[in-house]
Design a protein around this ligand. Structure first.
Ligand SMILES: Cc1ncc(COP(=O)(O)O)c(C=O)c1O
Length: 482
């Protein structure tokens, strides 16, 4: 089932699960949040979780486990080598993807490290529909370059196109010809995308892109970290797919690729990762990197308990009731914000609701990180922690100039099975308040700027005393205790 029907009320998305374990949240008063934000150097990654009311930073490693996942953890087989837990995980992944060779790794970026270390050489090129921060950082660390060839329409904030993560096939072929096939380390397709609003890619586009790669003898890699949401969109939006089961669609997708990797912090609702390699010889050529960077070949840095939970989680990903909840909540949130005239990325995608900060705070220049400033404002005005996905998340060009992001987004992630609809309503309400007071928000500047992945550990400060003014206005409307 993908939607519950209503008789007398406007339909809303319904949770197809009930809550059995809860975690208490605290909503600090705005004045205290201001201090916490200052202590965190105006970087939401640096906040303490106990100071946050709605943690919408990410969907990574913070999804709710099911009772079946938790109970599976008890049968974990702890062994340095040859753990039965590993074989159960490998067999489940083979059942779902059709690929028998599994290299375990502790999370998605560890898979990216292994793949890039094996295939990227200085000056080689990796083609992607769109980059993910760590996927790109590993390529550039090794002297490679990334060509992002998402279709131009994928970067239009407002749209009703169902698959804005699709790659531009003509651009791919031109790029292959310009670079020469030998200089292309691999084509990496992200399904769905992270940095452009959680937008999915269609099966048809993946098929065409991988056919092109095959024509030129280029290795194909699927980043399946966000496959769960992408599967939902293929099933519900792509012509000819609605009568196919999620298992059939998954198998059709995986059949297209030489390598499939995933972050188990998303795909499988747990914490871990893995690389599936179709070709035996290729698999063996990558094997030695696992004990070197991750751990022995039968755990790869993962806890065996998490591996057992993931094995159940993979099966749950094949259940439409389970995977529908995320995209439906996101769609609800996006539509409600859109109805109030708040600039959001449409249509709703996976992962979270995405606010278009370029339009929301259009008075803040890109060099003052509009999305970074907006993300701070949302914490100050509601205790909501989102993530900047714009220029601040980019790395500077080699000459030190800013590399301006093609989109300035604030991501409000909806970790799977975690929040209720009333919490989503609270977020919608506070985003509206911030929108109505957006002129009070100012820019940010770095006071400590790391060279790589600066958004994780960098420290910033406001360009004026705008946070104080914003908090004053908030207190005038909501009182001292909110
Ligand atoms: C598409 C995609 N690929 C890779 C990763 C990296 O995964 P991890 O956080 O497990 O390192 C992420 C994480 O957000 C992602 O969204």
């Amino acid at each position: 089932m993908s939607e519950v029907k209503f008789y007398s009320r406007n339909p809303v998305p319904v949770e197809m699960h009930k809550v059995k374990i809860v975690q208490k949240l605290s909503l600090l008063p705005a004045e205290e949040r201001l201090q916490k934000m200052k202590d965190a150097g105006f970087n939401t990654f640096q906040l303490h979780n106990g100071d946050i009311f709605m943690d919408m930073l990410t969907d990574s490693g913070v999804n709710a486990m099911s009772d079946n996942m938790q109970s599976a953890m008890f049968r974990a087989d702890d062994a340095y080598a040859g753990s039965e837990t590993f074989y159960r995980m490998r067999d489940k992944l083979e059942e779902i993807t059709g690929i028998a060779n599994l290299l375990p790794a502790h999370q998605g970026r560890a898979c990216e490290n292994i793949i890039a270390s094996r295939f990227v050489t200085p000056d080689s090129c990796v083609i992607m529909n769109y980059h993910f921060t760590t996927a790109k950082a590993h390529v550039t660390r090794l002297g490679g370059r990334v060509e992002e060839l998402v279709k131009a329409e994928g970067l239009e904030p407002k749209s009703d196109l169902p698959f804005k993560g699709n790659i531009d096939l003509e651009a791919v072929e031109n790029c292959i010809k310009n670079e020469t096939p030998e200089n292309i380390a691999y084509i990496r397709i992200e399904a769905g995308t992270n940095l452009i609003g959680g937008q999915p890619i269609s099966y048809e586009n993946m098929k065409d892109a991988t056919d092109l790669a095959k024509k030129y003898g280029i290795l194909t890699v699927l980043d399946a970290s966000l496959l769960q949401d992408n599967l939902y969109f293929i099933k519900t939006r792509e012509e000819g797919m609605k009568d196919k089961s999620l298992r059939e669609i998954t198998r059709m997708i995986c059949d297209l690729y030489d390598i499939v990797y995933f972050s188990g912090r998303k795909f499988g609702f747990g914490r871990g990762g893995g690389i599936l390699v179709r070709d035996e010889e290729l698999f063996h050529s990558m094997e030695d990197l696992i004990p070197m960077f991750e751990g022995f070949l039968t755990y790869g840095g993962m806890s065996v308990k998490e591996m057992e939970a993931l094995t159940v989680g993979f099966d749950e990903t094949m259940d439409l009731d389970i995977i529908s909840q995320g995209p439906q909540f996101i769609n609800y949130c996006v539509n409600e914000l859109d109805k109030m005239g708040i600039p959001v990325i449409t249509p709703g995608g996976g992962l979270g609701a995405h606010i278009n900060a370029s339009a929301f705070v259009d008075h803040i220049p890109q060099e003052e990180y509009p999305a970074g400033a907006l993300v701070c404002a949302l914490y100050l005005c509601g205790g909501i922690r989102g993530m900047e996905r714009g220029t601040l998340s980019e790395e500077r060009n080699a000459d030190g100039s800013e590399r301006f992001a093609s989109m300035e987004l604030v991501r409000l992630a909806l970790p799977r099975r975690v929040f209720t609809l009333s919490q989503v309503e609270y977020v919608i309400d506070r985003v509206k308040w911030v929108y109505d007071h957006r002129n009070l928000i100012g820019g940010l500047k770095f006071v400590h700027e790391p060279k790589t992945l600066r958004f994780f550990t960098g420290k910033l400060e406001p360009t004026s005393n705008w946070p104080e003014k914003l908090v004053e206005a908030y207190k005038a409307d909501f009182g001292e205790d909110q």
